[in-house]
Design a protein around this ligand. Sequence first.
Ligand code: SF4
Length: 752
Amino acid sequence: MTYEFLDGDIIITDNKEQVLKNLKKMINIRLLTVLEFKEAYFGKVGVEALYYLIKKNNYKYNIAKMYLDNYLFIPELKAELEKENLITYEPLFKEKIKRIVILTPYIDDYLLDEIKKYPWCQISLDLGKNTPEVSEYPTIEDEVKNVALKIADLLKTIDINKIYLVLPNEYKILVKRIFTIFNIPLNLEIANHLYSLTLVQEFLKKIKTEHNLESALEIIKSSAVYNQIITIINKYQLLPLDDTTIYLIEEDLKLLKKDSRKLKNAVNVCQINEINENGYYFILGFNEGIVPPIVKDEDYFSDKEKENLGLMTSLTINNLNKLIIKEKISKYNVFLSYNLKSGKTDNYPSSLINEMNLPLIKEHNNIYNYSNLDNKLTLGKKLDNFLKFNEYDQELEILYHNYPDIPYLTYDNTYHQINPDVFLKYVPNLVLAYTSLDNYYRCGFRYYLNYILKVNKYEETFMTLIGNLFHAILANPEIDLDVSYHNFLENKVFNAKEKFFLTKLKDEVQFAKEVIKKQKTRGVLDKALYEEKINIPLTDNITFTGIIDKVMYHEENEKTYFAIIDYKTGNVASSLDNLIYGIEMQLPIYLYLSDYLHLKNPVIIGFYLQKILHPKPNYQKDKTYQEEKEKLYRLSGFSTTNEDALTYLDKDYQNSTVVKSLKKSAKGFYNYAKVLSEDNFNQIKDIVKNKITESAMAIKSAKFPINPKKIGTDLKGCEFCPFKDICYRREEDIINFEEKSYKDFLGGDVNA
Ligand code: SF4
């Protein structure tokens, strides 16, 4: 398509690139999209206006954007934006207009009325004479596969960079898969939004809490992502860095796709309006409802209002869409195809086929020249049909003759080790913590799915929210309960049932606070650290991290006597029996981490879990409800045999009301009392250290076998594992371990 442009022309187009390609000589023109023309002509509302509306009216991003998109037709809003100086005008734009050339049909009447005040012209669409064939396929898979075959054939004579696909979003994954099978290079972005990246989430979390850009940006290690974020931030650089601006940055991040590398020689994807005489275009999904796309009357202004305002109605847009597609089909090299079924949905051919009288091809020869892999997969499907439904055809025999050894009806669930160098390229920084380590020792593949592939998306449930609520309140015991309760729940939405439950729970938190306060009076541990986060760099790119809920301590005679406490709202299990296998190491890990708290000459009293949410206690004769309920809050875990140290936690440790089962007679501690010597505590730290190093090295080497651990008769590895449907675990994958008691491997004077 060529046009005669004049010096000084303003050209309104949807495809600037195409106009530039067709320019015959150097000429002084200005290319604008319709939106850019409107902004230059009527004034532009930018991010400052967006910020203003959201901050002032508490609008959601999309609502504010919708108002701004239509501000020209909302007089009160226009006046307000004018008053606040939020509309910027391009000086002398109108005065400098010499001629306006319109290359797009998508022009509203009100805009055309303005344009007509100047010399102007509009290049109208003209239809060609082509009536290309349309291929019908029974399924979407057949359609994509045949398009791949046609392209493979076309590549014998045509430069791959001239071949384009025009396809609906739902085709993308399938197209990517089938083109890989046929070894056809393809530039196709599957939505990969920046927002879904963990480091972007961490960046947002940090910027929200600290309101400091520099420190938040330190989290972003990838330069590509860093540059994309900087581009967004630059957009808002004139705004104050407050909650509203951070909200705008977050909304932009939700829309931004991760930059992906483009192949130099590949089939590319384009939009219908980009079709021109220079390429070969495969339009897939030529189905009713998809081509042409249907726009509905559901905008801010209704079609009726749009008519009065001189805006395009949905009917006009639909007609224009149809006209443009007709133009492209009738003038350029296009290959059209559609399917009758995708998944369980029945599809119908586009009405354009009849309207344009396009010839239909329903019979297609199967071609087996381009992909061994596809041939084998086809053979597998044909064998299925033969064995299940006795369907036989000539091609089955030919394929079977050529591929007699396909692994039909066999499966291999084993994990094939990734090259460690490649693995580290994609996972440059690893953070290990108690839960991830626990997952790894239960089953390498479970860790891989959870923490590397992140198959299991974390979603906050009401139960996890309650756990977080209790932790947040107990970490700040000095703050008034009403205040901390309100602060935590502010901006969260609950249904009536949850609200009721939360009100009831407040009494439970109050009770827990009181019991904990009372327990404190049994000893002399007068100081405490809460939610203490400890990071230990293990190698250049692996860090071990942990947060200890509470460390209670007392300093005396140059020593620090301390006890570690971890709050639990769920079930409590504080055994050390599986420590030697790296499983259930939570408390031992906290013990190990306590070495990094920089306490002066620390003396351990014990490490404990404390359950802080209980059902009602059972009735006990001669006991009060209060007594029985308080009992439930006793600490559960391991104490030192150092009796002097124990008195700091509970002066009556010989029959403790603070620690469960801690009891001593003249003969020594009771057999069921869980006590450990100083040596035992040191042994535990050594075991933890070895386990952390061992797993870090294995993970770094990308070792993620399916190896669930069975301890005795208990398949600990698969306990609560959500991946049973993915791993296809076999009996021979299970690693059997002997059941042990911690006394077996700690030895020494356990329960001395
Ligand atoms: S179900 Fe068992 S074997 Fe499968 S991934 Fe989970 S832990 Fe591993």
